[in-house]
Ligand binder design. Structure first.
Ligand SMILES: CC(C)(COP(=O)(O)OP(=O)(O)OC[C@H]1O[C@@H](n2cnc3c(N)ncnc32)[C@H](O)[C@@H]1OP(=O)(O)O)[C@@H](O)C(=O)NCCC(=O)NCCS
Length: 203
């Protein structure tokens, strides 16, 4: 359960070793996976307790307003998420400088996808999205959803997501071979997850 630094991890790291990257339509050139991300100094892993000090919240602030979160608040939220299970915040670390450089959250929906702006354009966005997408499949979800900005629709399409008919920027990926239908706003997956900075949303 502990990370390499004997830190608590949010979920079982072994799960990431079980993902089958060949199942994703994403094209990586050169080929990379969560266990072999292409650089010896890069690690894809679950969120850890110590990530507060590795700039996790600073990275999220490139995506959204994070506000002031103390270490105690972060650790309390981490402990709550870990205890309740079903929380899959997945990060990419630059181990040379001990900084979190990418993150995506699986919450029955794909949320909070962000790569540090100095590391963009190196396939890491694809890597973290494919990782949590395969994780959802591995955990038994039949489908995963996301909302995205217009300009990112081609990005998610290249990873297998399909626009939901009649719902402009809602995209879904299905694992059960079924075609997407126009049903909107129904529960989409069996995994519920809150992101690391917001209160747990049990809905
Ligand atoms: C979106 C984001 C995660 C992409 O990360 P990245 O590491 O730069 O992406 P990759 O290098 O894996 O790029 C994958 C593909 O998407 C395309 N792409 C990446 N960012 C894009 C953008 N902002 N607009 C359009 N296309 C984009 C790339 O051209 C690339 O295409 P290719 O495979 O044909 O070469 C990153 O730009 C980011 O953190 N943005 C700010 C936060 C954000 O907008 N998050 C998404 C919320 S929906």
């Amino acid at each position: 359960m502990s990370g390499e630094r004997d830190e608590l991890t949010l979920y079982e790291p072994k799960l990431l070793h079980e993902l089958q990257f060949w199942q994703s339509p994403a094209k990586f050139n050169p080929p990379i996976t969560a266990v072999a991300p292409g650089e010896t100094w890069m690690k894809v892993r679950p969120l850890q307790e110590g990530d507060y000090d590795r700039g996790f919240l600073e990275l999220l602030s490139q995506l959204t307003k994070v506000g002031n979160v103390s270490k105690a608040q972060f650790l309390m939220q981490f402990a709550q998420m870990r205890a309740s299970g079903g929380y899959y915040v997945t990060v990419i670390e630059d181990t040379r400088i001990n900084r979190i450089i990418g993150s995506a959250t699986l919450r029955g929906r794909l949320e909070d996808v962000v790569v540090n702006n100095t590391y963009r354009g190196k396939q890491l966005g694809k890597l973290i999205v494919v990782t949590v997408t395969l994780l959802a499949k591995h955990l038994g979800c039949y489908k995963m959803s996301l909302d995205c900005k217009d300009n990112l629709i081609p990005f998610y399409e290249s990873l297998g997501y399909v626009l939901e008919p009649g719902n402009s920027n809602a995209m879904n990926i299905r694992y059960d071979g079924q075609k997407e239908t126009t049903v909107r706003n129904r529960p989409t997956a069996s995994v519920i997850l809150a992101n690391a900075t917001n209160p747990v949303d049990p809905s």
